[in-house]
Design a protein around this ligand. Sequence first.
Ligand SMILES: [Zn+2]
Length: 109
Amino acid sequence: MTCKEAEQMVMPYINKELTDKELSAFLSHIHTCRDCYEELEIYYTIYTGLAQLEEGGEDQNLHRLLEESLRLSELQIRGRKIFNVYYVLSQILAMAALTVIIIMEIVII
Ligand SMILES: [Zn+2]
């Protein structure tokens, strides 16, 4: 991913509009590119800060919030990947069980 592509994903990231694939590519770029991380931090601080002002919420450490948000996004992606692996495995197991049942019925008959 180029810096230009990453910059275009900053707002969709903050608005949680990225797909898993985009999110994954965006996060790995953010981790390796200082410039884009700073860009994200600026936007995140502005938008989250504004939202907090509107909600009248307590003053939070926005840098910490961004770190937390990035960590959650990674967990979200990892969680879905693990879920997908289990889903595929359960499908394979179901097929295997079905095959065994069919074979047993044939053998018994
Ligand atoms: Zn970059």
